[in-house]
Design a protein around this ligand. Structure first.
Ligand SMILES: NC(=O)c1ccc[n+]([C@@H]2O[C@H](COP(=O)([O-])OP(=O)(O)OC[C@H]3O[C@@H](n4cnc5c(N)ncnc54)[C@H](OP(=O)(O)O)[C@@H]3O)[C@@H](O)[C@H]2O)c1
Length: 257
C-alpha cells in the first residue's frame, strides 16, 4: 500500500461500528485522530494502546451546534492543522412511514443531516485558512435508491448526497473538496432492524479497514472494495430498479423466516 504523510483526521461517530475500525486503522497507518461521539467507552480502551497525542476524543452530540463548535475548536487547538473531516455519526430508525412520528424525522435529520451541516460550517474556516482540506460524509445506498421502513434515515442520506454535490460546485475553484463514503450493508447496531440475511452483511472491521485505506484516493465516492464500487455505480445508474430489486429480495427473505 502507498505510504501517506502523517495526517490529522477529525471524525464523528467512531466509538462503535464502522467508524471505530476506521479509527483503529488510521492509527495503525500512523495518523492522528480526533473523535466526536456521544459515547467514548470503546475509544477509552483503544487509547490504552495509542498515546494521547495520537488518539483524542470528546463527548459531543453532533446534533447540537454549540457542542460541535466547541469540539472543533478543541481539535484545532490540539492539532493546529486538520487534513480530513469525516461525518460518520448516524441515527437509524425502523418503522413504516405511517408509524413514524414527525419528531423521529427531526431527530434523525438532526444527527445525520444537520450534524454534517454543523461540522462543515465549523471546519470550513480552518480549511479556507489552510487553503486545503477534504470533507467526507458517510452516506448509504438507501439514500440513492430508497428502502422500506427507514424513510427518515434514507431521506436524510439523500439530503447529504445533494449537500455534497452543491458544496463541490461552490468550492470548485479551491483546494477544499467534498466526498461521499458508501459503506456496504454492514453488521452494526444501526443495521440491526433490517430484514436482510446476516450473510449479506459485511463485518464492520473489514469495512472500516477497507474504507480507511481507500479514502486516501480522495475520489468523489469512497467504497471499501473495487467490487463494492461497481455495486454503488449501479445504484447511481439505476436507482429505481436497484431499489425495487433489493426490496423484493428482502421481502422474499422475510416471508421465508
Ligand atoms: N451498517 C450499515 O449497513 C451501513 C450501510 C451504509 C451506510 N452506513 C453508514 O455508516 C456510518 C456508520 O454506521 P454504523 O453502521 O457503523 O453505525 P453504528 O455502529 O451505529 O455507529 C454510529 C456511531 O455514531 C454515534 N452517534 C449516534 N448519534 C450521535 C450523535 N448525535 N453525535 C455523535 N455521535 C453519534 C453512535 O453512538 P451510539 O453507539 O451511542 O449510538 C455510534 O458510535 C453511518 O453514517 C451509517 O449511516 C452504514
Amino acid at each position: 500500500m502507498k505510504k501517506h504523510n502523517q495526517l490529522n483526521i477529525l471524525i464523528s461517530g467512531a466509538n462503535d461500528g464502522i467508524g471505530y475500525y476506521m479509527v483503529e486503522s488510521f492509527l495503525k497507518q500512523g495518523h492522528n485522530v480526533f473523535v466526536l461521539d456521544v459515547k467514548i467507552d470503546n475509544l477509552q480502551h483503544l487509547s490504552k494502546i495509542y498515546d494521547e497525542n495520537k488518539l483524542m476524543y470528546v463527548q459531543c452530540d453532533v446534533s447540537q451546534e454549540n457542542q460541535v463548535e466547541e469540539s472543533i475548536e478543541h481539535a484545532i487547538s490540539t492539532f493546529k492543522k486538520i487534513d480530513y473531516m469525516i461525518h460518520n455519526a448516524c441515527l437509524c430508525t425502523f418503522a413504516s412511514f405511517n408509524d413514524t412520528q414527525i419528531e423521529t424525522f427531526k431527530k434523525v435529520f438532526d444527527v445525520n443531516y444537520y450534524g454534517a451541516v454543523h461540522l462543515i460550517r465549523h471546519i470550513l474556516p480552518l480549511f479556507e485558512k489552510q487553503n486545503k482540506g477534504d470533507i467526507f460524509v458517510t452516506s448509504s445506498g438507501v439514500g440513492i435508491m430508497g428502502f422500506k421502513n427507514i424513510s427518515p434515515y434514507s431521506s436524510s442520506k439523500g439530503a447529504l448526497e445533494s449537500l455534497v454535490k452543491c458544496l463541490n460546485l461552490e468550492y470548485k475553484h479551491t483546494n477544499i473538496s467534498f466526498h461521499i463514503i458508501h459503506p456496504p450493508l454492514t453488521r452494526t447496531a444501526s443495521s440491526k432492524g433490517l430484514t436482510v440475511p446476516n450473510e449479506f452483511m459485511a463485518k464492520p472491521e473489514v469495512v472500516g479497514y477497507g474504507l480507511s485505506k481507500r479514502i486516501h484516493r480522495r475520489k468523489w465516492i469512497i467504497t471499501f472494495t473495487r467490487r463494492n464500487r461497481f455495486t454503488v455505480f449501479l445504484m447511481y445508474l439505476l436507482p429505481i430498479s436497484m431499489g425495487k430489486l433489493l426490496s423484493s429480495m428482502t421481502d422474499k427473505y422475510a416471508k421465508r423466516q
